[in-house]
Design a protein around this ligand. Structure first.
Ligand SMILES: C[S@@+](CC[C@H](N)C(=O)[O-])C[C@H]1O[C@@H](n2cnc3c(N)ncnc32)[C@H](O)[C@@H]1O
Length: 230
C-alpha cells in the first residue's frame, strides 16, 4: 500500500488536526458527553490520592482536561503543535498543562503520575507496545489507567465510516467522516482487543474492567480498558 503521508501520525498535519479539533468542538450531547466522560469521571473518583497527577497520552485539542477538575493536576502530552496550542487557547487553567511529546518517549518522569488516560490514540499507533511500556513507566505503582480505543471486533463497521479506504493486513488509511467537519485522513491499525490487553499486562498494567460502547449497526465501536499498575 502506498503511504498517503510521510509521518506516521496524520494529526501532525495542521489541516488534518484542524478538522479533528473542529469536530470535537462542535459536537455536543454525543458519545463523549453521554458515555466517555461520565465513565472517566467514575474512574477518577476511584483515585483516592487528593493531589493526583493525571497524564493524558495523545491529548489532542485538550477537551479531556476539563473532566479532571476536582481531582488534581492534568498533564496532556500530544505530538501535534497545532493541537497543543489549541488546547492552551481553549482550556488553560492553573491545574492543567499541555506539552508537546510522543507516546513512544513520554516527556514525563518515571513513576510520577497517579493516573494515565488515553482516549482513541492506541489504534493510531504502529508500535502499540512501546507506547504501553511508556505509559507504565510514567505511572506510579498502584496507579490507575483508563484506556479507550477502537473495538477491533467491529472493524467491518469502522470501515463504513471511511471513504477512499486503502487496507492491508496491519492497517487501513482513509478519510474518516467527522461530525461537523470535513472528512480527514486517518490511520487505523488493526489491534485485536486481546493484543492490547496482553500488551498492558506485559508491562504491569493489570486489567480490572472492560466495557464496550457506541453501538452502530449492532456492534460497539469502542472498548474501554481500566485497571491498575501492579
Ligand atoms: C482521535 S485523536 C484523540 C485525541 C484526544 N485523546 C481526544 O480524545 O480528543 C488521536 C490523537 O492521537 C495523537 N497521536 C497519534 N500518534 C501519537 C503518538 N505517537 N504519540 C502521542 N499521541 C499520538 C494524535 O496526534 C491525536 O491528537
Amino acid at each position: 500500500m502506498s503511504k498517503r503521508f510521510d509521518a506516521e501520525n496524520p494529526f501532525t498535519d495542521e489541516a488534518i488536526a484542524k478538522q479533528w479539533a473542529t469536530s470535537v468542538e462542535v459536537e455536543s450531547g454525543n458519545w463523549r458527553d453521554k458515555v466517555l466522560y461520565p465513565e472517566m469521571r467514575r474512574w477518577l473518583a476511584g483515585i483516592v490520592e487528593p493531589k493526583a497527577i493525571i497524564l493524558d497520552v495523545g491529548s489532542g485539542q485538550g477537551r479531556g482536561s476539563t473532566e479532571i477538575d476536582g481531582y488534581g493536576t492534568y498533564i496532556g502530552v500530544e505530538p501535534s503543535e497545532f493541537l497543543v496550542n489549541r488546547a492552551k487557547e481553549m482550556y488553560s487553567a492553573p491545574n492543567r498543562s499541555f506539552i508537546i511529546g510522543n507516546a513512544y518517549e513520554l516527556p514525563i518522569d518515571s513513576e510520577s503520575v497517579d493516573g494515565v488516560i488515553s482516549v482513541n490514540v492506541l489504534f493510531h499507533l504502529a508500535n502499540l507496545e512501546t507506547a504501553v511500556k511508556e505509559m507504565s513507566r510514567a505511572l506510579k505503582r498502584g496507579g490507575s489507567f483508563f484506556v479507550n480505543t477502537t473495538n477491533n471486533d467491529s472493524v467491518e463497521v469502522w470501515k463504513t465510516l471511511y471513504t477512499d479506504l486503502v487496507v492491508n493486513e496491519t492497517m487501513m488509511q482513509g478519510n474518516i467522516r467527522l461530525p461537523g467537519a470535513e472528512p480527514a485522513l486517518n490511520t487505523f491499525y488493526f489491534q485485536p482487543n486481546k493484543l492490547v490487553i496482553d500488551a498492558l499486562e506485559k508491562h504491569g498494567l493489570h486489567t480490572e474492567k472492560i466495557s464496550y460502547s457506541c453501538v452502530k449497526d449492532g456492534k460497539t465501536l469502542f472498548i474501554t480498558i481500566e485497571g491498575k499498575k501492579a
